[in-house]
Design a protein around this ligand. Structure first.
Ligand SMILES: *Cc1c(COP(=O)(O)O)cnc(C)c1O
Length: 373
């Protein structure tokens, strides 16, 4: 029989300008190529301490329970809700896009009583409408997405919203998957009880890890649970035992991903948060200017438009799938189409982490000009 040959290790070199994953700094790539380390090796345990310190700087928190889950951003979503909610608990989910819908879906699967308040995709909530919803019932948890990657909108007024949720007795879960390390996220100052993110967006690491931070009120709620968390894998108490306690075995952590992730966190802190936010904003402004002159105007009004993810309105009659196919296959540039109600109507262009560079913006704009005109 003929010996089957499989694809050689020669992956395409893409310019990643979609909603994640973002590109990797050479230092992160190098970290990714190191040999494996055991999950109880003192080197890895020391590296965890550094990751925790660096993440506390980036989340702007003092939370002791700040650690990194094995799994993507969706594991962060599942973990946040699974640790706080028990069957029958009331939860309010504020949804202004695809990921808000996913939060409501996950909460429902956990057996929680889910109330959903929604805005049309591309809009954000006012403090008043959220307060009116929070008043209706005693909710255990209120969950909301900070940066909606499906629409490119930033939910503003987070400090006030968190304060209203607390006033009405709910713990606040905040999705910072697309915002963390790209725009301001102030966990302690805003009073957020539980926030999670993902490694592959503005943090600039490979996909596969989900950092989380748990504040004192959320910890107390977890300690008071009647039943153990339904997921063994995502149980924060077991994570805390491995990360903060006596490092007892929970699961075999992916050491290669942690090496790369720590390097990405180090790069972010070396750059400085303020400088990093300015860089993301500056390159986004250049993108918006260029898109305007290509007649692909941004979909979101400037006051709550995310610098890290831009949705551009497509002209009628454009075969957008064909253009994206040529961008990828002929020019090695990845951007994304719209999700859900925005499918076929917008493109989603990410400038996250290491991908947020002036030359990437110029390259994309020049290539689009060639393909469209
Ligand atoms: C990407 C994303 C997620 C899910 O993360 P995965 O890493 O794809 O599992 C959740 N929330 C938001 C806002 C996201 O952008």
């Amino acid at each position: 029989m003929m010996q089957q040959t499989y694809t050689e290790l020669l992956p395409p070199r893409r310019i990643l300008l979609g909603p994640g994953p973002s590109m990797l700094d050479p230092r992160v790539l190098q970290a990714l190529a190191q040999p494996p380390i055991g999950h109880l090796d003192p080197y890895l345990l020391k590296l965890y301490e550094e990751e925790q310190e660096l993440l506390r700087i980036i989340f702007q928190t003092k939370n002791d329970w700040t650690f990194v889950l094995s799994g993507t951003g969706t594991a962060g979503m599942e973990a946040a809700l699974a640790n706080l909610l028990e069957p029958g608990d009331a939860v309010l989910v504020a949804s202004h896009g695809y990921f808000g819908e996913r939060l409501a879906d996950i909460a429902g699967r956990l057996g929680a009583l889910v109330d959903r308040i929604a805005r049309p995709w591309g809009q954000i909530f006012s403090i008043e409408e959220l307060e009116a919803a929070l008043k209706r019932k005693q909710y255990k948890v209120f969950a909301i997405v900070h940066a909606e990657t499906s629409t490119g909108a930033e939910q503003l007024h987070m400090a006030e919203i968190v304060s209203k949720a607390h006033q009405w007795g709910a713990l606040v879960v905040l999705d910072t998957v697309t915002s963390l390390a790209g725009i301001e996220v102030r966990v302690d100052e805003w009073g957020v009880d539980l926030a999670y993110s993902a490694s592959q967006k503005c943090l600039g690491a490979p996909s596969g890890l989900a950092p989380i931070t748990v504040g004192p009120r959320a910890r107390k709620a977890i300690e008071r649970r009647q039943r153990p968390v339904s997921s063994f894998y995502l149980d924060f108490k077991l994570y805390a035992g491995y990360w903060n306690g006596n490092h007892s075995y929970h699961h075999t952590a992916p050491s290669g991903l942690h090496l790369a992730f720590r390097e990405a966190l180090r790069l972010a802190v070396e750059e400085g948060l303020e400088a990093r936010f300015s860089r993301h904003r500056e390159h986004a402004e250049a993108l918006w200017d260029g898109l305007g002159s290509l007649l692909l105007p941004p979909f979101i009004p400037k006051e709550f438009r995310l610098p890290v993810l831009t949705t551009a309105i497509l002209p009628g009659g454009l075969d957008e799938v064909a253009v994206r196919k040529r961008l990828l296959e002929e020019f090695d540039i990845e951007i994304a189409g719209g999700l859900g109600t925005l499918k076929g109507k917008v493109w989603r262009i990410g400038l996250m982490g290491y991908s947020s560079q002036r030359e990437n913006v110029s390259l994309l704009l020049e290539t689009l000009r060639t393909l469209l005109y």
